[in-house]
Design a protein around this ligand. Sequence first.
Ligand code: SF4
Ligand code: SF4
Length: 166
Amino acid sequence: MFEKTGVATREMVMTKFPPMERINKGPVAVVECYQKIPCNPCQTACPAGAIRIGDDINNVPQRDESLCTGCGICVSKCPGLAIMIVDGSKSAETVEFRIPYEFLPLPEAGEQVVGLDRAGQPVCSAKVLKVMNPPAFDRTPVVTLEVERKYLYDFRNFRREAKAHG
Ligand code: SF4
Ligand code: SF4
């Protein structure tokens, strides 16, 4: 299915998430890189040595959740927009996501947006908490959003609400 659609199955997605105890402790990277490709900026960008690709640059990256500090540096460095940060430490009802977002105009903090799943379908609502776009991110802004916890494994992206006319 993945080969045809490019959309990861739930089973594939689950292999990339750390255990819930780790998510509930604080921010941690989810590296959704599924195929062997010659790429490694995630590994070189990580100051904690938490992403390993190894000697063969084609290897699929492995993230060690015990080393990951959730700093988020890798998020804007991945050319495939394959990395996000999840944080379940803030509330029992919600989780925070930090995701790369390259569409303009950027949203604003406080804005309600439409949460999308991996197939680009609307799945939930989400609240924008923060938008970061410093020069060091090299035109890959990172948006922090709050999402209901039950959508932890579904939410992957968002789109802004269409403005009502008139
Ligand atoms: S969030 Fe920070 S510590 Fe974790 S994998 Fe990314 S760069 Fe490394
Ligand atoms: S930088 Fe992104 S696309 Fe490249 S290997 Fe790392 S996770 Fe995969």
